[in-house]
Design a binder for this molecule. Structure first.
Ligand SMILES: [Zn+2]
Length: 296
């Protein structure tokens, strides 16, 4: 048995594709540097809107086989990012995608939105106690944009970190305190610059429309950004390839992409993080999620 890597990063996401869109460059960078990168995805994304017409038969109102299909897309994305530790919360299919807020799927008893918080958090707690990450990345309390599964992933991640540090349930592993928790965000100045690039490209992009900064989840004032991970060309390329692997959900064109709403968005090689405890970063954003930590 070999020792685990010194630096360990855990990411908690709602659906396959969220990890590549939000954190693809970050995951590729830390994996390439030899850190342990663990991804926990909470649902199979069964309710996602399918973009390619050739895959329309997978949809929940037809064959309802999008979930298993997206397991394959996620596996391909992980290969592009060089990430080998990937799990579904409670195993594949334990929790079903809840659909957008307000749709009838929110009421399905097997959907993630309806999962008892402590039951789901305990499943994640076991992963935390096993992997023992110093850093945890998830969404903000609004899940970035109000999707029930993103909100629930936030709640489960925060509760699991609390449970993992407490002394109870020793049969589920030795207590572990996550040193730092980050929430995904997008720096306002970066998104504005990205949209300026997109408007310049104008007619050269193949999307019917262009999104606005309001369509992007988790935009915050620059002063709130604690860490910026710039993946550089190499990790940007890995992120782009990982997003392409989620072809049922994402259309990628050069440095731009669109989701099922067909609105073009800039694709960023730099990814932004704010601290869950809202502490202001002294001296501006760091360039490392582990900045200032003493790693044995
Ligand atoms: Zn999602």
């Amino acid at each position: 048995m070999t020792d685990p890597p010194d630096r360990r990063l855990l990411l908690v996401h709602a659906h396959p594709d969220d990890e590549s869109i939000n954190n693809g460059a970050t995951m590729a960078k830390y994996a390439a540097e030899g850190a342990l990168v663990t991804l926990v995805t909470c649902t199979l994304g069964e309710e996602g809107e399918v973009i390619p017409p050739g895959l329309a038969h997978l949809a929940p109102d037809r064959e309802d086989t999008l979930g298993p299909y997206r397991i394959g897309e996620l596996a391909a994305a992980m290969r592009e990012l060089g990430v080998t530790d990937h799990r579904f919360l409670g195993g594949p299919g334990r929790y079903r995608d809840s659909g957008m807020m307000g749709v009838e799927q929110n009421a399905r008893p097997d959907c993630f939105w309806r999962a008892p918080l402590d039951e789901a958090a305990e499943l994640l707690m076991e992963v935390i106690r096993e992997v023992r990450p110093q850093v945890l990345v998830t969404y903000d309390p609004n899940g970035g944009y109000g999707h029930p599964d993103h909100i629930q992933a936030h709640r489960v991640a925060m509760r699991a970190a609390e449970l993992a540090a407490a002394d109870d349930r020793p049969e589920l592993g030795r207590p572990h305190t996550v040193a730092r928790i980050y929430w995904n965000c997008v720096q306002r100045s970066a998104i504005e610059a990205g949209f300026a690039r997109l408007r310049e490209a104008g007619r050269d992009i193949p999307f019917p429309g262009i999104a606005g900064a309001d369509d992007v989840p988790g935009v915050v004032d620059d002063s709130e950004v604690a860490v910026i991970i710039d993946g550089g060309d190499r990790h940007f390329a890995a992120k782009t390839a990982a997003m392409r692997a989620h072809a049922s959900q994402i259309a990628v064109d050069g440095p731009f992409f669109a989701l099922s709403n067909d609105l073009g968005q800039p694709l960023f090689g730099a990814e932004h993080y704010r601290l869950a405890d809202a502490s202001a970063p002294p001296g501006g954003p760091a360039d490392d999620l582990f900045a200032g930590m003493v790693i044995p």
